[in-house]
Write a protein that binds this ligand. Structure first.
Ligand code: CP
Length: 311
């Protein structure tokens, strides 16, 4: 089996079969990562550039490790220290890098649509590692992989996305993926951080009450307050946000069930998520990070052209 697309620009473009294939392939790579020798020769002689125009810890190292575990050659780009800092355009930068016989591009950019623009102008496969407020497809995939691993299914699962939905590319990729795979999604947060027509446009439920939302869900995927993307005051203070919408131990202890808590990171501790929840046994935050490597190995492998079904 092969993917229906040459690039991974967003979950929006994937079919149900594509998502299932990526998750199944990731299971196989997760098994590889449990071995004493965590490396396979699948992408030997493939060269990949990791272009990070925006800060990252998890995604950048996860892609880099995934590439190394697949035996690919990798080069890493950050704006600081590059000629982008002198004003070189995105397209010139990528064309110059590709002329050095680079085969695949992993890219994070603060501009929504940057990888879609690139895909129209260059021949290499592009993987979106997060574009502005649009999508973060490998985060959506690793979140789904982690939910399925923990709870055994996606279909029928009740997933709450809690927090800054308005500025969250993770929310968008989760919504597209969970809708396609038959899960039920509710978004929760202050009205100023939830897009007005999200119910009509994206087929999710909206609940402004965090207690009701937590009582409803099987999984709470708590999202970061993205102050760097907010150009106006959207809530009174971080302290008041925590009081009204922070996921707290007491809220969880008052439920008559144990829900799974997730967060894509980085966490604003004491704002959207309290430490005694983030570090508790209900949290699978570090499993999400671990699973990210296997999921990214699957995406790189399936888009590389090395999958026999692509040839
Ligand atoms: N989840 C995530 O994208 O984290 P980073 O910004 O550290 O890559």
């Amino acid at each position: 089996m092969s993917l229906s697309t040459r690039h991974l620009l967003g979950i929006k473009d994937l079919t149900v079969d594509d998502i299932s294939l990526i998750l199944t392939t990731a299971e196989q790579f997760k098994e590889v990562l449990q071995r004493p020798v965590k490396k396979v020769p699948s992408l030997r002689d493939v060269t990949i550039v990791n272009l990070f125009y925006e800060n990252s810890t998890r995604t950048r190292f996860s892609f880099e490790l995934a590439e190394k575990r697949l035996s690919a050659d990798t080069i890493n780009f950050a704006v600081s220290g590059s000629s982008a800092a002198k004003g070189e355009t995105l397209l010139d930068t990528v064309r110059n890098i590709l002329s050095m016989k680079v085969d695949m591009v992993v890219m994070r950019h603060s501009a929504s649509g940057a990888p879609h623009f690139l895909a129209k102008h260059i021949p290499a496969a592009i993987i979106n590692a997060g574009d502005g407020v649009n999508e973060h497809p490998t985060q959506g995939l690793l979140d789904a992989f982690s939910m399925k691993e923990k709870l055994g299914k996606l279909e029928g699962l009740k997933v709450a996305l809690i927090g800054d939905i308005m500025h969250s590319r993770v929310a968008m990729s989760n919504i597209y993926l969970l809708n396609k795979m038959g899960a039920k999604v509710t978004v929760c947060g202050p009205p100023t951080l939830i897009p007005k027509y999200i119910r009509e446009s994206f087929g999710v439920e909206v609940n402004y009450d965090i207690k009701e939302t937590l009582e409803w869900c099987d999984v709470a995927n708590v999202l970061r307050i993205q102050l760097e993307r907010q150009n106006q005051v959207l809530f009174s203070s971080l302290r008041e946000y925590n009081i009204a919408y922070g996921v707290k131990r007491k809220l969880l202890d008052n439920l008559n069930k144990e829900i799974v808590v997730m967060h894509p990171g980085p966490i604003n501790r004491g704002v959207e998520l309290d430490s005694d929840v983030a570090d508790s046994k209900q949290s699978i935050i570090l499993q999400q990070v671990e699973n990210g490597v296997a999921v990214r190995m699957a995406v790189l492998y399936l888009l590389s052209g090395r999958n026999p079904a692509n040839n």
